[in-house]
Ligand binder design. Structure first.
Ligand code: AMP
Ligand code: GLY
Length: 430
């Protein structure tokens, strides 16, 4: 019987998942809160529904006779969509609510690492008394990072000594009404992402990716969900050694072993410090944008990963094309603080040329596609080098123009990549 795969979520990451299944021997059904025109074109059927409502998702899964479900974003995982799908007899590729706490509860995540002696855990303390947290900041020797324990779309973290002073950090804690926060050691280095596909005790990792969280060029401005990312032709990035990658993988391995029967994606975000990789956070899903670097170079049929997981096997060995990738998001002007929606998107999958185009939060109207207040679309270049891939991505952005849009042109450019290399050399005293 042909598999019926249900894809949950309507962002750029899910458009990339849809593409990864486009040529597979499966019928794709999709549901999301927004109608993603890219996914809608690929899927047999697209349903708009509230993906954090497990009942609504299960009902749709049953309607379309889904055999496997892929859960893209974290919010449905936190809402227990995987648990409910499984109870209804639909295999969910994505962790249950309790396992997704590795992402959805940063205090749990840090304690989990500590309890299981997982390497790469920074010093941390968790607080539910905000005044005690402020006292801790006063007494701590060094810079701390303030992290709300719950999900904030990557926008709740404040780094003392970088984004805020200790006084501003304390004011932030007092003004926000978080129930629980984590204070942890500020790590210095270069950020890298290693994503693993996990099932039945086994796992397979993808090449490292570097995301760019800050809104403006030169890593200035507020944190965002991610403005763009790049990967190289090997597993490593230009400022990493093979040993750095392997050390990241061994942290993932220790985490997979400690998690009992985790399934889905385990996304490790690391700070590569002078002492090797340390864990910034884990996510329970593909990164967005990182999925758009990883899935286009995945040569193994993604459906084989899903069916192996469902059939009780470890994931098959993954093959990746030896190509560099550069992904750049176009976001509405003013994003993330004062985004202005309503600009018409001037580029589509055809006019993007050699680049791949992934839709994210856009609004499809009769006369075209318009921006909303979140990230709008991403373009991805694939080539023999990061520099060539960057140029392909830029050519597509040139078609899009900049009316009502903002993008970071510096991502993947030789200057910025060289700065990363120089930074790591400096930290390693080379
Ligand atoms: P998160 O929401 O955990 O991904 O954090 C958002 C951003 O805050 C990360 O991409 C890092 O740039 C920064 N960050 C988080 N934790 C730390 C840390 N311990 N040291 C330095 N920077 C951090
Ligand atoms: N790119 C960061 C994330 O997906 O959380």
């Amino acid at each position: 019987m042909r598999e019926h795969v249900l894809l949950i979520g309507g962002g750029g990451r899910e458009h990339a998942i849809a593409r990864a299944l486009e040529d597979s021997e499966a019928d794709l059904y999709a549901c999301a809160g927004n109608r993603n025109p890219g996914i809608a074109r690929i899927a047999t059927e697209f349903e708009t529904l509230e993906t954090t409502n497990p009942k609504a998702v299960v009902e749709y899964a049953e309607d379309v006779d889904a055999t496997i479900a892929v859960i893209g974003p974290e919010a449905p995982l936190e809402a227990g969509v995987a648990d409910e799908l499984e109870a209804a007899g639909v295999y969910p590729f994505g962790p249950k609510e309790a396992d997704a706490r590795i992402e959805t509860d940063k205090a749990f995540q840090r304690r989990f690492m500590e309890e299981h002696d997982i390497p790469g855990c920074p010093d941390f303390e968790t607080f539910d008394d905000m005044e005690a947290a402020c006292d801790f900041i006063d007494d701590y020797d060094g810079d701390l990072v303030i992290k709300p324990a719950g999900l904030t779309g990557g926008k709740g973290v404040k780094v003392i000594g970088d984004q805020v002073t200790p006084e501003e950090g304390k004011a932030y804690i007092r003004e926000s009404d978080y129930d629980r926060i984590v204070l942890e050691e500020r790590l210095i280095g270069e950020e890298i992402t290693i994503q693993a596909l996990v099932a039945n005790g086994g796992f397979e990792t993808a090449p490292a990716v570097q995301d760019h969280k800050r809104a403006y060029e030169g890593d200035e401005g507020p944190n965002t969900g991610g403005m763009g990312s790049y990967s190289d032709v090997t597993n490593e990035l230009p400022f990493m050694t093979e040993a750095d990658y392997e050390e990241g993988v061994s942290i993932i391995e220790a985490t997979v072993d400690a998690l009992d029967d985790y399934r889905g994606i385990l996304y490790g975000q690391f700070m590569l410090t002078s002492e090797g990789p340390k864990v910034i956070e884990f996510n329970a899903r593909f990164g967005d944008p990182e999925a758009m670097n990883t899935l286009p170079v995945l040569e193994t049929d993604f459906l084989d990963v899903l069916t192996a997981a469902r059939d009780g096997e470890a994931p098959p060995e993954l093959e990746f094309a030896e190509q560099a990738t550069v992904c750049k998001y176009a976001v509405p002007e003013g994003y993330p603080t004062d985004p202005e929606a309503g600009a018409k998107v001037q580029v589509d999958e055809e006019s993007a040329g050699d680049a791949l185009l992934y839709y994210a939060s856009v609004d499809e109207r009769d006369d075209g596609i318009y921006t909303t207040t979140s990230r709008s679309f991403a373009v991805v270049g694939l080539a023999e080098s990061i520099t060539d891939a960057e140029e392909i991505a830029e050519d597509a952005l040139a078609v899009a123009g900049d009316e009502g849009l903002h993008m970071r042109h510096d991502i993947g450019k030789p200057d910025l990549v060289q700065q990363r290399i120089d930074h790591m050399n400096e930290l390693r005293g080379e």
